[in-house]
Write a protein that binds this ligand. Structure first.
Ligand code: SAM
Ligand code: SF4
Length: 326
């Protein structure tokens, strides 16, 4: 088992399958983004070797992310191998949904359990403005395909950006009236100086809730406000689904953090919002033994920072979100 200095058992690994993406969301990366060349990324055998090592160290929960995980060649086979890895109990994915209409069923059959799909607005024009190239209709089809394939429960992630989609949050919340989905509103976080917008256009949870309540009436707080992962849950009275609020900026959840990240170029990233990383791919390529690599991972986890410093105005500048694996 892997513990950090603060006695937190770290057992949830978010794996970035690639830093490449078929969208260019304004809150995530610059429009002229440069992606890493293929040889700098973990190859399939390298990735699976590391996954087995992590699973052997008690990492029982894996989430595939990116960049966009579905654009990685052979993603279905990778999922099949990871799902069959001893020790892996939960295998999920965060995706923009663009390719799900084709991939949802094969991914489910390969052993993927659930998906979180990013959808920031129900307005096709706003969607295109936010993603700089995406089609709302395509993602909507992807969500339906995921539901039909049984990748349940469906969770929808919406990052709220002032001047882009802040006026549409009630429409997104309304989706839960007739769908058993969890619609999660995420406070925008700053990374790598990708854009000024990440700091100037943040909408805090308090305001998002007020905007929803103005249109749809008071929300019911669920579970007495206890966190479900990183989200605090609410419900519209009588709704089938729930609303989640991820308040990384206004209400950090660092104390209960159990996660680490593996970047597509093989670095163990200890906190999303801190620069500290431990290189795993270089020693792996240099012939390190499994025992050596296990020790490098355990030593890295021990050094996991207590939490982020967003409230003090500190943020990481060495990578943008798509390069870390959100
Ligand atoms: N491409 C996939 C997607 O968009 O779902 C997976 C990777 S994306 C980096 C993972 C999550 O991070 C998405 O839900 C996205 O909305 C969120 N995200 C990206 N940039 C963000 C930012 N600056 N602040 C908060 N969340 C962000
Ligand atoms: Fe791509 Fe996801 Fe970043 Fe949007 S949030 S640019 S879909 S990696």
């Amino acid at each position: 088992m892997a513990f950090d200095r603060f006695a937190r058992n770290i057992h949830y690994l978010r794996i970035s399958l690639t830093d490449h993406c078929n969208l260019r969301c304004v809150y995530c990366m610059p429009e002229q983004m440069t992606f890493r060349p293929g040889q700098d990324l973990m190859q399939n055998d390298e990735l699976l070797t590391l996954v087995r090592l992590f699973a052997g160290l008690g990492f029982d929960k894996l989430r595939l992310t990116g960049g966009e995980p579905t654009v990685r060649a052979g993603v279905v086979e990778l999922v099949r191998e990871m799902a069959a890895t001893p020790g892996v109990r939960e295998l999920t994915m965060t995706t923009n949904g663009v390719l799900l209409s084709r991939l949802a069923r094969p991914l489910k059959e390969a052993g993927l359990q659930r998906v979180n799909i990013s959808l920031d607005t129900l307005n096709p024009e706003q969607f295109h403005r936010l993603t700089r190239r995406g089609s709302f209709a395509q993602v909507w089809k992807g969500i339906q395909a995921a539901e039909e394939a049984g990748l349940l429960p469906i969770k929808i992630n919406a990052v709220v950006v002032r001047g882009y989609n802040d006026h549409g949050v009630a429409d997104l919340a309304r989706l839960t009236e007739h769908h058993p989905w969890q619609v999660r509103f995420i406070e925008m976080m700053p990374f790598g100086g990708a854009t000024d917008l990440q700091r100037s256009q943040v909408v805090r949870t308090e305001e998002i809730i007020a905007r929803i309540e103005q249109v749809l009436g008071p929300l019911e707080l669920l579970d007495h406000g206890a966190l479900d992962g990183e989200a605090r849950l609410y419900r519209l009275p009588g709704a089938q689904g729930t609303l989640g609020f991820i308040s990384s900026v206004s209400l950090p959840f660092c104390a209960s953090c159990t996660r680490a990240r593996l970047t597509a170029d093989g670095k163990l990233r200890l906190c999303l919002l801190r620069e500290k990383e431990v290189d795993l791919l270089t020693p792996l390529r240099a012939g390190a033994t499994p025992a050596d690599l296990r020790q490098i991972i355990l030593d890295g986890i021990w050094q996991k920072p207590w939490g982020h410093g967003l409230q003090e105005g500190e943020f990481a500048t060495n990578r943008v979100m798509s390069e870390i694996g959100g």
